[in-house]
Design a protein around this ligand. Structure first.
Ligand code: CTP
Length: 151
């Protein structure tokens, strides 16, 4: 185990290897406010061999849905998700930017039908690095900054 920067958790999820500066955004998209979920720990600018600097988010008592993991992949494609049970890493996986994104992102085009009708927004990932997606309905392309603003 690497040097412990913030306390170990008993049950829950550790999202590790988040690019430095993106940890707060990860907390934001998981809706971890006072009414929703247990204790949240955030470590920013932790030294990392792989990334230079990284952020770490630990959420006690919460396990992520596939949708939440996909959202994290869009913000932090280098992230590792560790599922903790009884203080041990029970499972570890890397997030992966999906080929198609549905339901978790809004189209930035105010005239797009997906912003007016009850249709599930859908996008195709046309580039993973840098991230670029195209709307299935209006063909508008969106890059990282717009994607983050519309998650
Ligand atoms: N962790 C935690 N609480 C635990 C167990 C682990 O908060 N009860 C955290 C560790 O601090 C680390 C992450 O979960 O940030 C993954 O733990 P581990 O696999 O032991 O660390 P590394 O070997 O450093 O992981 P990697 O190889 O993914 O860098």
């Amino acid at each position: 185990m690497s040097e412990l920067k913030v306390s170990a958790i008993k049950e829950g999820t550790v999202i590790d290897h988040i690019p430095a500066g993106k940890g707060l955004k990860v907390i934001e998209i998981l809706n971890l406010d006072a009414l929703n979920g247990g204790t949240v720990l955030l470590a920013m600018n932790v030294h990392s061999k792989k990334l230079g600097r990284k952020d770490i988010v630990k959420v006690e008592g919460k396990y992520l849905s596939e949708e939440e993991v996909n959202k994290i992949a869009l913000i932090a494609p280098t992230a590792t998700v560790n599922i903790i049970r009884d203080y041990r890493v029970a499972e570890k996986f890397n997030v992966e930017v999906p080929e198609k994104i549905s339901g978790i992102l809004r189209c930035a085009n105010p005239n797009c039908i997906s912003n007016h009708e009850y249709v599930v927004p859908k996008f195709y990932v046309i580039s993973k690095e840098p991230l670029k997606v195209r709307c299935h309905y209006c063909e508008r392309t969106m890059e990282e900054e717009e994607i983050l603003a519309n998650l």
